[in-house]
Design a protein around this ligand. Structure first.
Ligand code: FE2
Length: 196
């Protein structure tokens, strides 16, 4: 697996997210998760060949951490745009209004999730109940919801904002909404729901 390219330049999300932070975040942190995932797969392959499963638990834990980190960063980069902001339209907006009461209610709940998270705030689609739901994730996978598909992700790890905002995570979260690419989120929602 290779690191995905950013769909914009490193400075494209300024002033919300500085060029320096985006470069570190993508080239070092995200790359680290991709490398960790690949290394775990290689070790698993080696174990299977050798028939030695003495370290399986720690390797599988590393796989989950790094795979989930890769998946969520892929979503995060793509649901951002220098031309973002506003509100979703069409089926996604209807579904948000159906499941949360209003776009504003969804947004306030999502902001609260982002304030509380030790990793990520996610808007996910749950095929089993045909519902959108906000989720608070610690690290990349703790409190994950089985069978749910992220349509919008916000990274609130300290590497995401601390260099630009210090302890003022609230400002980072508030300004995030000006950079949400709702067209991308709508496409992801349509893509997922069309499979169920
Ligand atoms: Fe991150």
């Amino acid at each position: 697996m290779k690191l995905v390219e950013l769909p914009y330049e490193y400075d494209a999300l300024e002033p919300w997210l500085s060029e320096q932070v985006l470069k570190w975040h993508h080239d070092t942190h995200h790359q680290g998760y991709v490398n960790g995932w690949n290394a775990a797969e290689e070790k698993l392959e080696g174990q299977r060949t050798e028939g030695d499963f003495s370290d399986t638990g720690s390797i599988l834990r590393s796989f989950t951490h790094n795979y989930c980190g890769t998946v969520l960063h892929n979503r995060f980069w793509n649901n951002l745009s220098p031309n973002g902001g506003g509100k979703p339209e069409g089926q996604l907006l209807e579904k948000i209004e159906e499941d949360f009461g209003s776009f504003e209610a969804w947004k306030e709940e999502f902001k609260a999730a982002a304030s509380a998270a030790g990793g990520w705030a996610l808007l996910v689609y749950m095929p089993m109940t045909d519902e959108l739901h906000n989720v608070v994730v610690d690290k990349h996978d703790q409190n994950a919801v089985w069978g749910a598909h992220p349509v919008l992700a916000l990274d609130v790890w300290e590497h995401s904002y601390y260099h630009d905002y210090g302890p003022d995570r609230g400002k980072f979260i508030d300004n995030f909404f000006d950079y949400v690419d709702w067209e991308d989120v709508e496409q992801k929602f349509d893509e997922i729901t069309s499979k169920f």
